[in-house]
Design a protein around this ligand. Sequence first.
Ligand SMILES: Nc1ncnc2c1ncn2[C@@H]1O[C@H](COP(=O)(O)OP(=O)(O)OP(=O)(O)O)[C@@H](O)[C@H]1O
Ligand SMILES: [Mg+2]
Length: 307
Amino acid sequence: MDQATNLRKLAESNSNLRVLPSAKGPQTKIIAIASGKGGVGKTTLSVNLGISIARAGNKVLIFDGDLGLANINVLLGIIPKYNLYHVVKGHKSLKEIVIQTTEGVDIIAGASGYSQLANLNETQRNNLIKGFSELGHYDYMIIDTGAGISSNVIGLVMPAHEVLVITTPEPTAITDSYGLIKSIVSQTKEKNLKIIVNRARSAIEGKKVADRVIDISGQFLEVQVEPLGFIFQDDEVERSIREQKPYILNSPNCKASACLTRITHTLLHTEHKLDDDNNITGFFKKFFGFMDNSEREYEKRALGEGS
Ligand SMILES: Nc1ncnc2c1ncn2[C@@H]1O[C@H](COP(=O)(O)OP(=O)(O)OP(=O)(O)O)[C@@H](O)[C@H]1O
Ligand SMILES: [Mg+2]
């Protein structure tokens, strides 16, 4: 069987993978995409992976968690009239700002230039959580995070069921992906961490880079990072971005799409460790809890150091 036939079969079998209803009620699997270094492909992956998972028959919400520099909508050529800012300020309900795309995913656009999600008052937080409870069920929520290891990023990563750490083969990107893993591990060793190598020039390079991250994380942090595959460096990705169309739709037969299909397949076959509060409202409650805690920790340290 040639490679194209293999991939077509994989894509077809992906489309039979739906999230099964659970005894605990409707569950939402929450996947955070983070990197450490900027510009390595988080947003591109979030959009294309979201579409790929939706095409397998799942209801998917992409949340633009790159607070301050939101641009999920740019990749889809959408200019949203309203975003999270309008919800936080009470001008719109969350339901009113959700963008339903023809690609089969819903999107919550972030507010460029507005990064205050962590600093909302009690009423604003409750409004947001209530807004999420009114949205209806999603099988998956994908969170695109910003670059770096700020508490905003770690706060969005901590309550997720899966964290996809993305790097490129550049040494600086590898170092920063390790830095991100270290920050996560300093909070908990219980996270499901997976590594994706983007812009690999060969399968061998993709594997080598993933092995490097896995090895150093195992050796120095005693944490098991799982390989989730690689995505080829591919001009079609850049062309699709220029054309504001996701490459999985614009160039379904390109090398990057083939890799993404494989990654989707592996991800949809992954058993997620789910706890009792597996929905989007639970996720945001945990996010706010984490932010409060890290603020208190910071104050304690600052006061301790000052005295
Ligand atoms: N597989 C790929 N092949 C070729 N180019 C790619 C690939 N993936 C990403 N790129 C290029 O990298 C650029 C940055 O991608 P993207 O915006 O997704 O990164 P990011 O990690 O979200 O950046 P930021 O940290 O600024 O949010 C894209 O505009 C595209 O040109
Ligand atoms: Mg981005």
